[in-house]
Structures are given as C-alpha cells and as structure tokens.
Design a protein around this ligand. Structure first.
Ligand SMILES: *[C@@H]1O[C@H](CO)[C@@H](O)[C@H](O)[C@H]1NC(C)=O
Ligand SMILES: *[C@@H]1O[C@H](CO)[C@@H](O)[C@H](O)[C@H]1NC(C)=O
Length: 301
C-alpha cells in the first residue's frame, strides 16, 4: 500500500513537472518550452527567466553558432548573468539541423511568415511577449556566426518584432542563399566574401523579405574580425552596407569613424543612429561577445 501511494505521488509529481515545463519555465534555470503555438520547423525553444524578473520585462533572443546548442550558448555567453542584473528574459533557440547551423538559405526562412526557422523563432518571441506581458519595445536579437547570420535574417524578416540587433561575425541577410532552394545550405561564395552589392541592392534584399512593410526597423550593430578565415572580412563591409542602405544613410560618408573604440585595435564606424559597425583588427572567427556594451546598445544599461 505504501509503495502504491509513493508510486502515485511520483506519478503526480512527474505529470505536474511535465505540465510546468510547458506552462511555467523555472526562474533561474534554462528550461525548454515544448508548446508555443505554430512551429513550422523543429527548432527547439529554450528560455531563461531570471529570478529577479523585471515588471514588463525586455527580451533578448540569443542565437547560437554552428555545432552549438541552446545549452552551450547559455553556458558560453554573458546573457544569463546580464538577465539577472537587468531582469530581462533570454530566449535560446536550438537548431534542428545536422551540424546545428541555422537555415539562412531557403526562400522560406528568408520570408516573413514563410514557414522557415525565422518563422519558428519569431513565434517563440511572440509566445514570450504574451506569456510574460513583456515590453514590446524592448525585444532584441543577437547571435554569433551562424547565429549572427540569423540575427540579420530575423531583423530583415521580422522588423516589427525587434528594437535592435547585434551580429557577431555573420553575413548580410540574404547572402547565404541557396539557388536550388536548399534548407540550411552552405554558401561558399558568400562565406568567401565574393558577393558584393551596393547598399541599395542589399537594402532591396531586406525589403523583399517582407514586401509592403513600412514600419520601424531595428537599429543594427555589426561586429567582424579582420582575420576571419571562415566568413571572410568583406562580409563586414557587405553587412554594414546593407543596414546603412536600409536606413538610407550614405555609406561613403559615415557620421563618424573612431579608432580604438570600444577597445584597442577595434574601429567603430557610425553611419547614422540606426546603423553602426565595429571592425576588430587581427581578430579571427568569431569576435567575443561584449556583454556590457550590448546592454548599452539595447538600452538596458
Ligand atoms: C550563394 O548566394 C548568392 C547570393 O548571395 C547566390 O547568388 C548564389 O547563387 C548562391 N550560391 C549557391 C550555390 O546557391
Ligand atoms: C503602410 O502600410 C499600411 C498597411 O499595408 C498601409 O495601410 C499604409 O497606408 C502604409 N503607409 C505608408 C506611409 O505607406
């Protein structure tokens, strides 16, 4: 009888734990959300809700690199610590593809509501805004390498969701295209820095991902290393051209260029209030995350 009671207790505990997993992620630990509305792709949704959640919290979407996972980006990026400091929620999507790069190549993912990974991730953000009554004006996106490519794609396909984006060592949105429609395809031409467009052409690539959209767009900050052998350094120029072009800034005439900013060997160029880049001299793939600076750019600090 006693063992039956403990068995029943165990069962009830397990069931409520399973329910909790969906309904209320545990504050202070990385939790998976298994049901969040439409998920056209199998990207997994992990969330970190801080123990000290702000009232009407902000959200940072933090996207991992190839070979990485949500768990790894949670471990190896500063956002969970910063989340406790500022009270925002962090969303860590996890790639469903072999090799765990993100799909930044298919027409589906490069289209607003197109049914690709960008669509699935946008639905994670919408679920979180709704579930936590988050402040819609404080939703941000960042990522490293493949996650930086996806950051540019999210900013291009869901400009209405994000107030700002920071890309660490990626490529422009719509540069890693697969001509044959491949999902999560490698694009060597883009990686090698052999896709060169005008700011206007790159801007059009962004506009075409959400035709007819005329609302505000996130301000963007682009980091890249001058010794990047994986995604060649000219991807820095191409990506900054893209966002300067989107906002109609004159790429040839930036507002300011400052050496040794934010640190020795880095150069910050500001094209306008919504587009800036930081070129890291001698740094390979990828530039280290600068958490405190990210907080300033996002407006938390
Ligand atoms: C790589 O992307 C470019 C656009 O940036 C595209 O023109 C080219 O066809 C793509 N390559 C392949 C093999 O799909
Ligand atoms: C922006 O788009 C909306 C919806 O398509 C439309 O109603 C509105 O007139 C557009 N505004 C401008 C300034 O083009």
């Amino acid at each position: 009888m006693r063992s039956l009671i403990s068995l029943v207790t165990l069962f009830v505990t397990l069931v409520s734990a399973a329910t909790l997993k969906v309904r209320a992620p545990t504050p202070g630990s990385l939790s998976q959300v298994t049901s969040f509305g439409k998920a056209p792709t199998k990207a997994a949704f992990y969330i970190y809700v801080p123990k000290k959640l702000a009232e009407s919290p902000g959200i940072v979407l933090a996207i991992h690199y190839c070979t990485g996972t949500a768990q790894q980006y949670y471990n190896n990026s500063p956002y969970k610590t910063l989340s406790e400091q500022y009270g925002f929620i962090v969303i860590y999507p996890s790639s469903p593809h072999s090799g765990t790069c993100w799909d930044v190549s298919s027409k589906a993912t490069l289209t607003h509501e197109g049914g690709g990974d960008s669509n699935t991730i946008a639905n994670m953000v919408l679920w979180t805004i709704n579930e936590y009554k988050a402040d819609k004006s404080k939703v941000f996106v960042t990522g490293t390498s493949s996650g930086a490519m996806m950051t540019n794609v999210m900013a291009a396909t869901y400009p209405d969701l994000f107030a700002a984006g920071i890309a660490y060592s990626g490529v422009p949105a719509g540069c890693f295209v697969s001509a044959s429609g491949g999902v999560d395809a490698w694009n060597g031409t883009c990686a090698d820095g052999r896709v060169n467009n005008t700011p206007q052409k790159w801007a059009q690539v962004v506009f075409d991902m959400y035709p007819g959209y005329n609302g505000t767009r996130p301000k963007m900050q682009i980091y890249h290393g001058s010794a990047d052998g994986t995604l060649r350094p000219s991807n820095y120029q191409e990506t900054t051209k893209q966002w300067a072009g989107v906002f109609g800034y004159d790429y040839e005439k930036p507002e300011s260029t400052k050496s040794n900013d934010p640190q020795s060997g880095y150069t910050r160029t500001i094209w306008g209030p919504k587009a800036q880049g930081i070129y890291a001299q001698g740094v390979g793939h990828s530039v280290n995350i600068r958490g405190a600076d990210d907080m300033k750019f996002f407006g938390f600090a």
